[in-house]
Ligand binder design. Structure first.
Ligand SMILES: *[C@@H]1O[C@H](CO)[C@@H](O)[C@H](O)[C@H]1NC(C)=O
Length: 351
C-alpha cells in the first residue's frame, strides 16, 4: 500500500504550494507510460530545458539530438533501465565515434545488440520550479565497468547538440567542443497513462543503484504566461483541453465528457467549480463555455486531451465570474483532476 501512495502522489503531480517532497522508496527501472526526455543543466542556458529528438540514420538507427535537428519524440519507454523507442524498434546504446580529445563516446539508438546505456529513474526536485520530477540517472555503460560517468551533449551541426557518454574518472575537456554534462528528465505524457509507473521496494530487478552525479532539472513552461489557469494551489491539476462529443472525430458516445453533475451561473470561477465538484465527491472538474462546471469520476479515453500547446487554444473562454481565468470553450472543457491530500500536485506538460 505504501507503494500505491507513492504512485498516487506521483500521478497527481504538483506541489500544493508546499515545497517539493521526495517520496520514499525506489522507482522501478521500467516506465511503460510514454515519456519525452528533457535535458537540464541550469548553468548552461544553451541546452537547459531542451528536448531529446530522434534523427533517422542508416540501418534504421536513430541518432539523438537536442535543438533543431531530429523529430520530437514523446513515446519513449524505459525497460529494465534501457531507453526504448518501440515504434522504431530501437534502444539507447553506447559506442562508436570515440573522441581522443575528451574520451567521450556516442550515445544513440539501434535495434542491434550494442552495449546498452543503463539508467535508474529517481525522484528529484526541479531546480527552476521545485516541482517533483523523475530523472533518469545514468548508472552504467553495459559490459564496460566501472559503473558511473554521465551523459553529456556537445555541439553538432545546425546549432544542435548530440548526446555522448563521458566515462567515470575522466577529466578531459574538448575546449573547442565542450561536452556539457546534463540531467535527463522523463516527462511522462498525459494523466491516465501514468498509472503504469510503479515503485519497487528494493532494487532486486533493477540495475544496480549508484551515486550517479547527475542531478537537477525542470519543465520549461513556467517562464511564460500559461495558456490555462493553474489551480494546483486549490489541489487540482490541469490535464488539458478536453473535447465534448461533437469535437471528437469520429463522434463517439453521445454523452457529456464529465456527465455526473453540473453547476452553471454567471458568477462561475475555477475556485467555485473545483469546490462544487470536490464537495460532491468527484475527482474530475471541467469549466466550460464561461459559465458551466461539469464533474465526474472518469471520462472516456476518446476525450483525453492533447498535450500540445496548440490544443489549449480551444479552451480560451474567460470565466463569467473572473475574466482573469479560463473556463473552457465552445464544446471544450478545461479538464482538472483532484490531487491526493498532502500529495504533490503537478499540471500536465504542454509542448
Ligand atoms: C553543467 O555542465 C558543466 C560542464 O559539463 C558541468 O561541470 C556541471 O556539473 C553541469 N551542471 C549540472 C547541474 O549538471
Amino acid at each position: 500500500m505504501q507503494q500505491r501512495k507513492v504512485l498516487a502522489a506521483l500521478l497527481a503531480g504538483v506541489a500544493t504550494s508546499a515545497a517539493c517532497v521526495i517520496p520514499p522508496g525506489t522507482l522501478s527501472g521500467t516506465i511503460s507510460a510514454p515519456f519525452r526526455i528533457q535535458v537540464q543543466n541550469a548553468s548552461r542556458p544553451a541546452v537547459h530545458n531542451l528536448y531529446m529528438n530522434l534523427f533517422v540514420a542508416g540501418g534504421g538507427d536513430r541518432h539523438l539530438f537536442i535543438g533543431p535537428v531530429g523529430v520530437p519524440t514523446f513515446d519513449l519507454t524505459l525497460v529494465d533501465g534501457v531507453i526504448n523507442h518501440v515504434p522504431a524498434g530501437v534502444r539507447a546504446v553506447i559506442g562508436g565515434e570515440f573522441s581522443d580529445i575528451d574520451h567521450t563516446t556516442k550515445l544513440f539508438m539501434t535495434g542491434r545488440g550494442d552495449p546498452r546505456a543503463i539508467f535508474q529513474p529517481t525522484y528529484a526536485c526541479n531546480p527552476d520550479t521545485d516541482a517533483l520530477q523523475i530523472e533518469l540517472a545514468f548508472v552504467a555503460y553495459q559490459d564496460h565497468p566501472p559503473p558511473g560517468g554521465w551523459i553529456c551533449v556537445r555541439p553538432a551541426f545546425e546549432n544542435s547538440h548530440e548526446f555522448r557518454y563521458y566515462p567515470p574518472g575522466n577529466t578531459l575537456v574538448d575546449v573547442n567542443r565542450e561536452c556539457i554534462k546534463v540531467t535527463l528528465v522523463a516527462l511522462i505524457q498525459g494523466a491516465t497513462t501514468l498509472s503504469t509507473v510503479t515503485t519497487a521496494s528494493s532494487t532486486s530487478s533493477s540495475p544496480p543503484s549508484s551515486t550517479s552525479s547527475t542531478t537537477s532539472s525542470a519543465p520549461a513552461n513556467t517562464n511564460t504566461v500559461l495558456p490555462f489557469t493553474d489551480n494546483t494551489a486549490l489541489g487540482w491539476r490541469f490535464i488539458g483541453c478536453a473535447p465534448e462529443e461533437r469535437r471528437v472525430t469520429p463522434p463517439d458516445a453521445p454523452v457529456r465528457t464529465l456527465p455526473s453533475a453540473l453547476l452553471a451561473g454567471d458568477d462561475l470561477t475555477n475556485a467555485k467549480c473545483m469546490a462544487f465538484c470536490g464537495a460532491a465527491g468527484y475527482t474530475y472538474a471541467g469549466p466550460e463555455w464561461r459559465r458551466e462546471c461539469w464533474c465526474a469520476n472518469s471520462y472516456l479515453p476518446t476525450r483525453q486531451p492533447a498535450t500540445t500547446l496548440a490544443s489549449l487554444a480551444n479552451c480560451n473562454y474567460k470565466c463569467a465570474g473572473n475574466a482573469a481565468e479560463y473556463c473552457g470553450g465552445d464544446a471544450w472543457l478545461s479538464l482538472y483532476q483532484k490531487c491526493p491530500a498532502g500529495g504533490p500536485c503537478v499540471n500536465a506538460v504542454f509542448t
